[in-house]
Design a protein around this ligand. Sequence first.
Ligand code: GTP
Ligand code: MG
Length: 195
Amino acid sequence: MNVTKAELVISAVKPEQYPAGGRPEVALAGRSNVGKSSFINKMINRKNLARTSSKPGKTQTLNFYLINDSFYFVDVPGYGFARVSKQERQKWGKMMETYFTMRETLKAALLLVDLRHPPTKDDVMMYEFFKHYEIPVIVIATKADKVPRGKQQSHAKIARETLGLAAGDLLILFSAETGQGKEEAWAALLPFLTE
Ligand code: GTP
Ligand code: MG
């Protein structure tokens, strides 16, 4: 994919703010700090268009990035960050559920998990949520640069098994540091973006 244009169109918290126009969308999901915003930046060759941080909880809204005037990446706040109140967690849950269950232009979800560790309970719940709502899901195992090449496949196997990945579902090893998996991720996404 040759990305020539990428812009943040809106940071939304409610459906009235989602962009109109009917262009296809792919949304990110995953734990706080797993690398969702970094994934977007790497895919579109931008250093910090999607704001990243070493502190979890950086992304707080649904951020719609319009790419090449033709489709959106939607960056979402992460889950599993301990230092948030119950009230904040409920607000997050409602915003996510509304978006993922009602958005007709959502074509696929990218579920990001950390390749270094087995997926968490929250990761498994998120995967099952997508399955339940029949949202196509591609798993991206991030921070692959932190796992020696020789160990990556065994970590990937653990991730597949822990998530209970369905037969046809892809798991792509990815690094926002080295660009590993970038072309594979574009190839997996392309069928969802051309409608
Ligand atoms: P929230 O917005 O809090 O939900 O986090 P996020 O999932 O958007 O994570 P973000 O992209 O902000 O990255 C979190 C931290 O992990 C940053 O310090 C990144 O530099 C680092 N990081 C992300 N991806 C990678 C990767 O592939 N390799 C390495 N080594 N570090 C990464
Ligand atoms: Mg983020």
